[in-house]
Design a protein around this ligand. Sequence first.
Ligand SMILES: [Zn+2]
Length: 69
Amino acid sequence: MDKLPKELLNLLACPVCKGELSYDEKKEVLVCDACGVFYEVRDGIPDLIPEQARPLSELYGEAPPERQP
Ligand SMILES: [Zn+2]
C-alpha cells in the first residue's frame, strides 16, 4: 500500500476539532492528539468520519501514547 503523501496529510484535519493530524506510519492510522483518537486509513484513503474515531488507548494499549524518536 502506498504511504500517505505528506501533501495530502497537510490538507487533512480532524473532523471533530479541525486540528492537525499526525500519521502513524507503523500503524497506518491518522492520530488526533487533541481529541485523543485515531482514524484508520483504508486503501490510502483516510476514514475521517467522527463516527470512525477510536480512542488512542485502543491503538497503543493501556499506556499513554509516547512520541517515537
Ligand atoms: Zn481532533
